[in-house]
Design a protein around this ligand. Structure first.
Ligand SMILES: C[S@@+](CC[C@H](N)C(=O)[O-])C[C@H]1O[C@@H](n2cnc3c(N)ncnc32)[C@H](O)[C@@H]1O
Length: 238
């Protein structure tokens, strides 16, 4: 049952694909769902992501699932996180990216999904980060809400850093919301070599690529054909 998914990107809706993954088989879920945080009004939220995130567009394809309001986003996160909780091994890690706007909702969603919430890791993107004008503090950090399935088991190679600094490098960015590969390479090291990392919102495949480079196994899920192909290509070229 699990073998058919190992070291593969699956094209489909994460909620349905997750339901087919056997329980208690995954060492870590490390993921980056659509934040649904761009735009205030309904019409702004429902714009294409290439328009909402103009600064990050730079010719990259649009992506889906980014138009939910805060309450429906929390409800939806609760559903897929509950599936992640089921497939995780006891003590398995759950890590999910979010930005400052969705941070309070994300910390509720992880608990609704049945994960034992244990903290927030910050990703410092550096002084190149956006600020609307000179009166602002820069939106310099994104966050990783993390927890475990039940008790957190002590590790030989821990404790792990609670803060990471990686600047966004355009030549290493293949998705409007792409994460730096070196950051993801550090994160996948929380599981032992050969361990299984699952990313239900794979985008351009950065988590799976990082897992492959660091000798971990992976399962990725992506709904959009275009990003599914980009992820496949990146991983094949490693
Ligand atoms: C924020 S992006 C992930 C970016 C990724 N971390 C990277 O470095 O490229 C989220 C991805 O989830 C996909 N997505 C949205 N809803 C989905 C769903 N229900 N099932 C599977 N994938 C979905 C989007 O198409 C998008 O590519």
């Amino acid at each position: 049952m699990l073998e058919k998914y190992l070291n593969r990107i699956v094209k489909g809706d994460s909620l349905s694909v997750l339901k087919d993954i056997p329980s208690n088989t995954i060492d870590a879920v490390i993921t980056d769902p659509p934040y649904c945080s761009g735009g205030r009004s309904i019409s702004q939220k429902q714009q294409q992501t290439t328009r909402k995130y103009e600064n990050d567009y730079q010719g990259r394809p649009d992506f889906v699932g980014d138009a939910k309001d805060s309450r429906s986003w929390m409800m939806w996160c609760g559903l897929w996180i509950a599936e992640c909780e089921r497939v995780l091994k006891p003590g398995g890690y759950f890590l999910s990216f979010c930005d400052w706007r969705q941070l309070p909702t994300a910390t509720d969603a992880i608990q609704i999904g049945g994960i034992s919430w244990r903290g927030i890791i910050s990703w410092n993107k550096g002084l190149g980060s956006r600020a609307p004008h000179k009166g602002y503090f820069r939106h310099q950090c994104e966050f990783i809400v993390w927890g475990t399935k039940g008790p957190c088991i002590p590790k030989e190679n821990g404790p792990f850093p609670g803060c990471f600094e990686y600047h966004v490098c355009q030549t290493d960015k293949f998705h409007i919301a792409g994460k730096p590969t070196p950051l993801m390479e550090e994160l996948v090291e929380i599981v032992p070599e050969g361990g299984i990392v699952l990313d239900p919102f794979v985008g351009s495949g950065t988590t799976c690529l990082a897992a492959k480079r660091r000798g971990r196994r992976y399962i990725g899920i992506e709904k959009m054909e275009e990003y599914y192909k980009i992820a496949q290509k990146r991983i094949a070229n490693k």
